[in-house]
Design a protein around this ligand. Sequence first.
Ligand code: APR
Length: 316
Amino acid sequence: MRRAKISVIGAGNVGATCAHWAAAKELGDVVLVDIPDKEGVAKGKALDLACCGPIEHFDARITGTSDYKDIADSDVVIVTAGLPRKPGMSRDDLIQTNVKIVKSVSEQIAKHAPESVVIVVANPLDAMVYTAWKTTGFPTNRIIGQAGCLDVARFCTFIAMEIGCSVEDVTALLLGGHGDDMVPLPRFASVHGIPVQQLLSDETIQACVDRAKVGGGEIVKLMGTSAYYAPASGSVQMAEAIIKDKKRILPCAGYCDAEYGVGGYFVGVPCVLGANGMEQVIEIDLDADEKVLMDESVSHVKDLVNVVRETFPELV
Ligand code: APR
């Protein structure tokens, strides 16, 4: 049986950690790609990770390269190439530089891995997914943004910390863009089926919502750069659902046209992930307050995409 192949573009913090999780979960062979100046870093990290195999008991060929030919026949390509945030920066501040990077990376993906499913991680996420879509020309089911898996994991973590329960029993839902106006939905949060409202006060739930929204910024302030363990973990959760055709329902930046009245943008919604990538958007009924928050968040996504369109007319 042919092993699956996962290529990770960018061998920095998020990219190397994606490679780590993918190898540890034995999802397939992993190719770590970076620019020619950092080919040694990509090769070195790949070799270092490969040497964990005998200890961690995984079989995976892990290679580092700067040659995009090596991503041929990838099932999934995870795009982490791009600048991370520094303290005081919003994700949106990265837009000009990262559009150029994601555009050049996407051209290579279209050329060398034309059948792959692309998971975009670089920020500002909502604009980068659009850039990858326009540049590759891939159908919308094969372009997906990673944001919701991370954001909802943060929300669940903070709920579990407040309750003092296992994170394994907490599930929740979150919609919208990957900015500070993302929309965690406490109404859909539960601990093994018990609505979270029966376990925490409204004030504490709101504090978890607020902390989830700025969780990325909290980490940037502490470390001086963007988070990478959980962003990589969320990306590999998506890759696993696709490679194993699991039909998981995960919050991802998926293409919505009529769905949620979005009108042709990638926004965070519950998506079915399987072998064909983003196979379906699940539409849920929102109450009036949730709808207002969702519409505000979607409007921010549209503003970001408009910045891309105005600055890079070839991406219209
Ligand atoms: N092709 C391949 N790799 C590239 C390219 C390119 N064209 N341009 C840049 N890179 C590489 C850089 O050389 C670097 O090794 O992308 C890597 C980015 O790594 P880090 O600087 O460590 O950034 P990281 O923390 O991994 O974040 C990457 O993911 O979560 C987002 O906001 C984050 O946009 C940021 C991205």
